[in-house]
Design a protein around this ligand. Structure first.
Ligand code: SAH
Ligand code: SF4
Ligand code: F3S
Length: 494
């Protein structure tokens, strides 16, 4: 008789921090006997891991919770849980339960490690569960089993929370104050991941440059020292990335470590937010554009093949046409490889929400479209310059239908090319063959050039809104490992 295994679906919104926390939620559910599925109709439990960074993120989530109503009517035993940054906001839990009476559990960012108990409580009591606390024991979250979902990529928290209180931002209110993990824990986790075959480790923190962990002797260490120590697992071939850097705290020491490292990527995400000193000041960013530009220069001088990416907000309260022009100016100066441009969105409880000089919506939209125009111009030109050059690529996945491999460059850019699927998980040399509007197509160096690329409407697989397991590339990765093991065995028997 077929066993009736319970199924879970996790819907993830927002940043990589959330993607990784969904892996922790998945770990809790799998430890409790649930299996992953990708459709709410099949699910016994649906968990929303929410984001509150901008109003449109919240609107999308509310819409999706609304869509579950009919499924819940048809399947009353299905549990719906809402967690993450949106739930953590003041009064949101009550509002969610009132507006969506079919929701079973609401939990905050600090209650993640306790999710197993909340689920039990719901099942045993039959009553709705709402748990939003202000602090937690971070160590609890660090001890969770993680159901990793991103193929050759693994996320590692180095710190939690944020102390910066940029005046537009909700994160410090929903994620609490900065707490750094001990260095030993991070080193152990990374080493373990490398031994399991992960190739690209991304260190996570809202402001990684202010990492202040303790080393094994109890001494406080900087982010630069952590990076230095993480660069030393020479028995493995791997990449280390990190996000996000705050321009105030990015030290020369850190830039030096990256410049001399073997495994740390030269693609650096350095959010500028605005090019105008008066706007930066009201944003509470604690740097001016001169400091930012000198960092850009220092990075370029010390790491000639570095690639910068950034975040920019347009239409922050009081932003004038002249301020905006200065933002366009910094974009031209830094020549970013990627720019995430956002329209300023009011967040409840933040200082900027109460500012009286809000910018008109029409003006904000018009500025964003001008920003996007310049962004495309810069990025298209920069990527076009890559044509004909050869790069080391980490092959991340294989699409059976398109018969294409997808990989990432050191800069973080994605490249697609034809090749055998056994390449997944390997670092290989790829020549950029064609660039169509910043989408890069390559060919494996030293492979017969009979491969054609017919992908006209190729879409970048960046957005992660659902968290199905990346079973395809994981399967191939395991097959590759198995093959290597067998080959090694054969060799040792000879
Ligand atoms: N900790 C990171 C980023 C966190 S949020 C950092 O400091 O860089 C990611 C981006 O969202 C920010 O860099 C910012 O550009 C944008 N953002 C944050 N709050 C916003 C708001 N209220 N409106 C529009 N964009 C916002
Ligand atoms: Fe938000 Fe600023 Fe903290 Fe980034 S550094 S999370 S933008 S408050
Ligand atoms: Fe969103 Fe929370 Fe990340 S607000 S961007 S999910 S820290």
């Amino acid at each position: 008789m077929e066993k009736n295994v319970k199924k879970y679906l996790i819907l993830t919104y927002g940043c990589q921090m959330n993607v990784h926390e969904s892996e922790k939620l998945a770990g809790i559910l799998e430890t409790n006997g649930y299996e992953c599925c990708t459709n709410a109709i099949d699910a016994d439990i649906v968990v929303f891991n929410t984001c509150a960074i901008r109003e449109n993120a919240e609107e999308k989530i509310f819409g999706n919770i609304g869509e579950l109503k009919n499924i819940k009517i048809a399947k009353p035993d299905m549990i719906i849980a809402i967690g993450g940054c949106m739930s953590q906001q003041k009064n949101y839990a009550d509002e969610i339960l009132k507006k969506y009476p079919y929701v079973d559990i609401v939990f905050g960012t600090h209650n993640l490690a306790d999710f197993e108990n909340l689920l039990k409580k719901r099942k045993e009591s039959g009553k709705k569960v709402s748990e939003i606390t202000e602090d937690e024991t971070i160590a609890l979250r660090d001890r969770l089993t993680i159901a990793r979902t991103s193929g050759v990529n693994a996320w590692v928290n180095i710190m939690y929370g944020c102390n910066n209180f940029c005046t537009y931002c909700i994160v410090p209110y929903v994620r609490g104050r900065e707490v750094s993990r001990p260095e030993e824990d991070i080193l152990r986790e990374v080493k373990q991941l490398l031994s399991e075959g992960y190739k690209q480790i991304t260190l996570l923190g809202q402001n990684v440059n202010s990492y202040k962990g303790k080393d094994k002797d109890g001494n406080e260490i900087s982010f630069a020292k952590l990076l230095f120590d993480l660069d030393n697992f020479d028995e493995y071939k791997y990449r280390i990335r990190f996000m996000t850097s705050h321009p105030r705290d990015l030290s020369s020491e850190t830039i030096d470590v990256i410049a001399k490292s073997k495994h740390i990527c030269h693609g650096i995400h350095l959010p500028v937010q605005s090019g105008s000193n008066s706007v930066l000041k009201v944003m509470n960013r604690h740097y001016d554009i001169e400091r930012y530009n000198s960092l850009v220069k220092e990075i370029r001088d010390k790491i000639p093949d570095s690639e910068l990416t950034t975040d920019i907000i347009v239409g922050f309260p009081g932003e004038t046409e002249d301020d905006f022009e200065q933002t366009l100016e910094v974009m031209r100066y830094a020549e970013y490889m990627q720019i995430f441009g956002f329209i300023y969105s009011k967040r409840k409880g933040t200082p900027a929400e109460k500012m009286t000089n809000q910018v008109d919506t029409k003006v904000k939209k018009e500025r964003l479209s001008r920003l996007l125009e310049l962004k495309n111009e810069i990025i298209n030109r920069r990527t076009a310059e890559m044509k004909g050059k050869e790069y080391e690529v980490l092959v991340e996945s294989y699409d059976e239908n398109k018969n294409l491999l997808y990989g990432s460059l050191d800069s973080g850019k994605t490249i697609s090319f034809a090749g055998p699927k056994t390449c997944v998980g390997e670092f290989i040399m790829v020549r950029v063959k064609e660039v169509r509007k910043s989408v890069i197509y390559g060919e494996i160096v030293n492979l017969d050039e009979t491969i054609s690329f017919a992908e006209k409407n190729f879409k970048h697989p960046i957005e992660v809104s659902i968290l199905p397991k990346d079973q395809n590339s994981m399967k191939i990765l395991r097959q590759n490992k198995q093959k290597k093991k067998e080959e090694d065995n054969k060799k040792s028997q000879k």
